[in-house]
Design a protein around this ligand. Structure first.
Ligand code: TXA
Ligand code: MG
Length: 336
């Protein structure tokens, strides 16, 4: 069985697997990661092969604390960015990734050859214990096949990765359930690259300065942050926002993911799932990806989902959904 309870022995085994250049399924508070030794170019290349991910899409380095993060930042720029990093690191450990000028010793495969590197300190006891045992940072993207929905349970990693991973540490259901917020302090102004449960408003409050909202990358130029491409996170079955679904569509085969109870609407469809009794955005984020996977595995032919307000955590939820809905549903890629 590839899935291991996170006992001391299992965490030690995971550290050994990483030392040997193997891949490990790693729980974090956001989503499960596909972990490799971030200083081992060949191991990092295995991540790209296992995910079917283009080599142009860089990875996040995970470290146990801010002191270690600083080691991977370009020395020349440390004084320029240290004030901002110190402020942002008050949110670590936590669901925040910070893009900084890249320091020495990081393999090109991690950064896709770019001159910046994305770093985060995850807020999960199993991830932190493993990171403290490793003499190296851990490179880890979300542990899904490229473009599929991110995994929020050990079982999801097993389904997507099978024996491409040496083992999976089971850290339970991911608490926050959406990938980390990504903010860049590599240039000016500070820029939000990917919304998450740490909101732009929170970042601005911590930094005491404006943070530029994400911009949509739609052309085929060099990838700024490929999470910015219009499609991503897509289930296999067609996904529609419920209010875009055409009247007279085949309700009998449709599965509906509701953000709060709506018994009248739920009754119209073959199956439904409710993510929050009260419409709480944190709860919706927590259950969103597991619900998409569950309904994708069901016998439904199409999936419908609610919308929510496009601010705070809602901005992160709508960001993921705008990329996940199918083209034929009139995907709303314009945002922010
Ligand atoms: O919550 C998370 O961030 C999870 C857990 C495992 O930590 N990881 C994750 O990784 O979501 P991934 O690879 O699925 O998404 C990372 C995003 C990608 O869109 C990538 O393009 C962007 O971060 N990224 C990585 N390095 C970057 C850099 N130097 N500059 C800009 N964007 C970068
Ligand atoms: Mg991902």
């Amino acid at each position: 069985m590839a899935i291991h309870s996170p006992t001391d022995a299992a965490v030690r085994l995971a550290a050994d697997c990483l030392r040997n250049g193997q891949l490990v399924g790693l729980p974090t508070e956001t989503v499960y990661g596909l972990a490799a030794n971030g200083l081992d170019q060949q191991a990092v290349e295995r991540i790209f092969a296992a995910k079917g991910r283009p080599a142009s899409n860089p990875l996040i380095l995970h470290v146990p604390d801010v002191a270690e993060a600083i080691q991977w930042i370009s020395v020349e720029t440390q004084s320029r960015i240290s004030d901002r990093l110190t402020k942002l690191s008050t949110l670590w450990p936590g669901p925040l990734t910070v893009v900084v000028p890249r320091g020495k010793g990081i393999p090109d495969a991690v950064t896709a050859g770019g001159d910046t590197v994305a770093i985060r300190v995850p807020d999960h006891p199993v991830a932190l214990t493993l990171l403290r045992q490793c003499e190296f940072p851990i490179a880890a993207p979300s542990a899904n096949r490229s473009n599929y929905v991110s995994p929020t349970a050990a079982r999801h990693v097993e389904q997507g990765m099978g024996d491409r991973v040496a083992m999976i540490l089971d850290g339970g259901r991911c608490r926050s359930g959406l990938e980390s917020t990504i903010v860049s302090i590599a240039g000016d102004p500070v820029a939000l690259l990917r919304p998450g449960v740490i909101t732009r408003e929170q970042l601005q409050a911590v930094l005491g300065e404006p943070v530029q909202p994400p911009t949509q990358q739609v052309d085929s130029g060099p990838l700024l942050s490929p999470g910015r491409l219009p499609t991503h996170y897509q289930p296999t079955k067609p996904l529609w926002f419920v209010d875009d679904y055409p009247e007279g569509g085949d309700a009998g085969k449709v599965a509906y993911i509701a953000f709060r109870p709506d018994t009248e609407r739920q009754a119209k469809f073959a199956q439904s799932i409710v993510l929050s009794e009260t419409g709480d955005l944190g709860e919706i984020a927590h259950g969103l990806f597991a619900a998409l996977r569950q309904m994708d595995e069901s016998d439904a032919s199409s999936l419908l989902i609610d919308r929510c307000q496009n601010d705070g955590i809602g901005a992160a939820i709508m960001d993921r959904l705008n990329r996940a809905v199918s083209a034929e549903s009139g995907r709303g890629i314009s945002q922010e």
